[in-house]
Design a protein around this ligand. Structure first.
Ligand code: ZN
Length: 99
């Protein structure tokens, strides 16, 4: 009775729309289902007062410009041999200035 099954009311119902709430980082736009995880991310987001938007770091150039006043060595301690040291960016920097 495959034909009856195809014509049953259950198979002719319309798809249902539903809404999912996600929580998005206002700095980098990544999102999570868990609000707690989003809050945790925002506290360390590289775009939240971090090196990626700071005038003291040139991440694409792999170096600091204009002197980072933080006094932390943010260079990758395990950079590949023969390559210039990369910056490991941080967020929520107290000395952040817009670039
Ligand atoms: Zn973010």
């Amino acid at each position: 009775m495959t034909e009856d099954r195809v014509l049953s009311a259950a198979d002719t119902r319309e798809p249902e729309a539903f809404t999912v709430t996600r929580y998005r980082c206002p700095y980098c736009r990544r999102s999570w289902l868990s609000k707690k995880r989003a809050i945790s991310h925002i506290a360390k987001c590289w775009w939240n007062r971090g090196c990626k938007t700071c005038r003291h770091a040139d991440l694409m150039g792999g170096d600091y410009v204009d002197g980072c006043g933080l006094g932390e060595d943010l260079a990758d301690p395990d950079a590949p041999f023969g390559e210039p040291p990369r910056i490991l960016p941080r967020g929520m920097c107290p000395l952040w200035e817009p670039s």
